[in-house]
Design a protein around this ligand. Structure first.
Ligand code: ADP
Ligand code: MG
Length: 685
């Protein structure tokens, strides 16, 4: 596996709430949001652990080395624990010797200070700067900075100081002193060290890297408590001043290099925001310095993501200072110098590997297209709110084009889309409600129709007998006699009953439709002829195409028109205008009957199609005209709608009934809308 493929940090999907904080905090933009999930891209990750520190949900998992270390300790090999100089910030007020004793108890044969490696490294820096006074260098103790330069600033790689990190220098020193077979476990505050270790092989091998957090877990699991530990000191070689390395400018102080503000020869920057800026300026040639000391964590390594304590930055720093001070008090300079001299020939160099992750820069046109898709049409729409994790809308658009981000990460855009979705839902909800209402109405009419049909069917036969005998009786009566007048009344009323019954049967579609090509204008004319229109009513007929014809049952549609016309006339007792309109297209024919009459009050609108609903005087209306018309229209697979105003204060009163019918006969049989099983046989059509 290439070191760049190593997954130093990964996302625990179930815990990730996609708040984009990790995206915002990642200096390498190594977190991709895909399918609404944050995913760390191993090849882009520099291992700084910023995402681990900021994730409030604990959704970032750090690559664990606990199993590897347990394996090493069980193997019987000589295993050296190399403790990073930031340990005083981790142990706080506890005795250093307790920590060393705990590590020995855990099974480490040697417990050494990486601060000694830092002393070696500081010495090497001093020499390098003295030997190459005209060159500019980027200090390389921080593996996250090295990773960043290798990935995102390959142009600056020649400036990386070719000096080993304190970890590597310590490993080399320990192998020189204790034997090449010594296993090295680095213990520190840094996740990126795990990545650095993966790049080291052979004599330089680091066998495992533990974070302080992992160490604390291991000690906990092993049940190593305060009382059982034998206090112990570090194994030699002991450190000198290297203990301040984990603080900003610590390496400079150890090397005796002055960050003299008047010369601007040496510049130091720390933190995920400051170091990329420093590198950017350095790359642009704006930082003309001899040495650039960079630490990825703001406040130095003591703030690393592998620390297990929650102390504030300056308290951590104070612990480091206190430890180095107390060490100085008992510092054996002669012994230290001897150790340093013995390692005089120890190689302290290192090399770097380019791992460029620079992505192509999208064109302004591509960026504009993405911005427009997110509803950002001009500078005013670019809020640069940072909610997506990118500093600007433009940076977000670039990330989308590079496959690192999604448009849904834009909060204003997502809110806008949600609003539109809510509006759409609202609309379909309203439509659904009205469809439901129509369905209820249709069901009501259907059940009434079935009831009416049943009664009509039963009444039809006895009524026929009554009529037949009444007629016979009428013939036997003396003309103009009282008896004859009474029987004539029986005949007249029985006839009326017969009409009502046949109306009911029509409504329930006991009749079948026979569709034949019919000229619409003729149909309208014949219907109008059958209705007595008083003089006060002006009749207007408008045909969009006077020659148009349609496949309809002429008798039945004439009945519909007659009903509508009769009602319209009845609604205009004081006169008015009666307008009949027709229109056709390829699929439909439209017939409208409009009047300027009294209108239908709102509360009656729903009821007018019900059988027997009438507002007319007893004997004048049956309340069947519209019910029958509705049935006929439905039998034609058409629709009948009405618009009416009965309120003078709301405008001119009047009613318009609009009938739409399919213009040409459809393949399938015309089925009854009330009783689907009661279909018309083909030969009856
Ligand atoms: P009927 O005419 O026997 O009363 P209909 O079914 O034809 O029965 O009509 C039902 C009711 O609808 C009428 O009584 C009337 O109240 C109302 N109506 C129908 N058409 C109109 C119209 N054009 N203007 C006003 N009211 C109407
Ligand atoms: Mg009527």
């Amino acid at each position: 596996m290439k070191p760049t493929d190593l997954s130093l940090v990964s996302t625990i999907r179930e815990r990730c709430r996609v708040c984009y904080t990790c995206v915002r905090e990642c200096p390498a933009k190594a977190i991709r949001i895909a399918g609404g999930q944050a995913e760390v891209i191993p090849s882009r990750c520099i291992g700084c652990g910023s995402c681990v520190l900021v994730c409030s949900q604990g959704a970032k998992r750090v690559l664990s080395s606990v199993e590897d270390v347990n394996g090493l300790l069980r193997s019987g090999a000589r295993v050296a624990a190399c403790v990073a100089p930031s340990f005083p910030a981790e142990i706080g007020d506890r005795d250093v010797r307790h920590m060393v004793g705990s590590l020995r108890k855990l099974g480490f044969s040697l417990v050494c200070e990486v601060a000694f490696g830092a002393d070696l490294v500081a010495h090497a820096y001093r020499e390098l700067l003295a030997q190459r006074p005209r060159d500019t260098f980027i200090a390389t103790a921080c593996p996250a900075i090295v990773n960043f330069v290798e990935r995102y600033h390959p142009d600056l790689m020649p400036h990386l100081a070719p000096i080993a990190s304190p970890m590597l220098a310590t490993a080399r020193a320990l192998r020189a002193r204790y034997g090449a077979d010594t296993k090295i476990v680095f213990i520190g505050p840094c996740i990126a060290k795990k990545g650095e270790a993966a790049t080291l092989t052979g004599e330089d091998r680091i066998d495992a890297v533990l974070t302080f957090r992992e160490l604390r877990d291991m000690l906990g699991s092993a049940g190593i408590g305060t009382s059982e530990v034998i206090l112990s000191d570090f194994d030699p070689p002991r450190a000198g001043l290297g203990g301040v390395f984990p603080l900003p400018r610590g390496s400079l102080q150890t090397a005796g290099i002055d960050e003299d503000l008047t010369c601007n020869d040496v510049v130091s920057a720390d933190g995920r925001a400051a170091f990329p800026e420093a590198l950017q300026e350095f790359s642009a040639g704006a930082l003309n310095v001899h040495l650039l000391e960079l630490l990825c964590c703001r406040g130095g390594c003591v703030m690393g993501a592998g620390m297990s304590v929650a102390l504030p930055p300056f308290a951590r720093r104070a612990h480091i200072s206190r430890h180095v001070q107390s060490q100085r008090a008992s510092f054996d300079r002669a012994a230290w110098s001897t150790e340093m001299d013995q390692l005089h020939d120890l190689p302290i160099g290192r090399s770097f590997q380019t791992a460029s992750q620079t992505l192509p820069t999208p064109s302004p046109d591509e960026i504009r297209t993405i911005m427009i898709e997110m509803g950002k049409f001009g500078p005013d729409d670019e809020l640069n709110c940072g909610a997506c994790g990118y500093d600007t809308c433009r940076a977000h658009a670039v990330a989308i084009l590079r496959g690192l981000a999604e448009d849904e990460m834009c909060l204003p855009y997502t809110i806008e889309r949600l609003k539109k979705t809510v509006q759409k839902l609202d609309l379909s909800n309203t439509k659904l409600a009205s469809t439901q209402q129509a369905l209820v109405q249709a069901e009501k009419l259907a059940s009434m129709g079935q009831l009416a049909a049943g009664i009509a069917h039963e009444v039809n036969n006895p009524l026929g007998v009554v009529l037949l005998y009444a007629h016979i009786l009428l013939e036997t009566c003396t003309k103009d006699s009282t008896q004859s007048k009474d029987v004539a009344m029986i005949v007249e009323q029985a006839d009326r009953c017969k009409k009502i019954v046949s109306g009911l049967l029509n409504f329930a579609r006991q009749n079948k439709v026979v569709l034949l090509p019919t000229r619409i204008a003729d149909l309208v004319e014949r219907s109008l002829r059958g209705v007595a229109v008083p003089a006060g009513i002006e009749v207007v007929v408008e045909h969009q195409d006077p020659a148009a014809s349609a496949d309809v049952d002429a008798d039945q549609i004439r009945q519909v028109l007659t009903n509508l016309l009769t009602n319209a006339v009845a609604a205009m007792p004081a006169g008015g205008r009666l307008i009949v309109r027709s229109a056709v297209n390829d699929e439909q024919v439209l017939l409208a009957v409009a009047d300027t009459g009294v209108g239908i009050p709102k509360e009656n609108m729903k009821r007018v199609f019900e059988p027997f609903f009438t507002t007319k005087q007893m004997g004048r209306g049956t309340g069947l005209g519209l019910a029958v018309s509705y049935g006929i229209v439905k039998m034609h697979r058409g629709n009948i709608r009405l618009k009416s105003n009965a309120d003078l204060s709301a405008g001119p009163t009047g009613t318009t009934f609009t009938v739409t019918l399919p213009r040409f006969e459809q393949r399938e049989e015309s089925t009854s809308f009330l009783a689907p099983e009661d279909e018309a046989p083909k030969d009856a059509r």
